[in-house]
Design a protein around this ligand. Structure first.
Ligand code: I3S
Length: 128
């Protein structure tokens, strides 16, 4: 069913605009392509949708399908090493399916929050 107006998001849900690129897909290196993505953490799933302007157009709009999703169960999250990217505040996400992503923002506080949220998610769902 659809969510009523008075319902608050579950604490396990987090969203925001981040710069994202895949670096590996199914264990194979792919070319970086940094894009600004509307990012949603929902349970153990991380969803990305193209961010348009304000970034919130994803909800309720015609573009309700995420561009891609990753399952964080059994994955790992760490701060990306310098050789992975010249950007600041970069998180490296690895999934059990062999996908590696970099997520980044110039806002270090925001990135720190995401880092914590992703780590919490992975440890919460570790035994599923
Ligand atoms: O790891 P790389 O190859 O230095 O990544 C850079 C490239 O993807 C570059 O695009 P080209 O493929 O057109 O060279 C991007 O513009 C850069 O942002 C990438 O490096 P950073 O350090 O920003 O992740």
């Amino acid at each position: 069913g659809s969510r009523s107006e008075w319902e608050l998001p579950k604490p396990s849900e987090k969203c925001g605009v981040l710069n994202v690129t895949k670096i590996t897909e199914h264990g194979k290196k792919v070319r970086k392509n940094w894009t600004s993505s509307w990012t949603v953490l929902q349970g153990s799933t991380l969803l990305f949708a193209k961010s348009q302007g304000g970034g919130t157009s994803w909800f309720g709009g015609s573009q309700s399908k995420p561009e891609f999703t990753v399952d964080l169960r059994g994955g790992s999250v760490e701060w990306a090493s310098k050789d992975k990217s010249s950007k600041k505040h970069v998180i490296e996400v690895k999934t059990r399916q062999g996908t590696e992503l970099l997520i980044q923002s110039e806002n270090d506080g925001l990135v720190n929050d995401w880092y914590r949220a992703l780590q919490d998610t992975i440890s919460t769902h570790a035994w599923e």
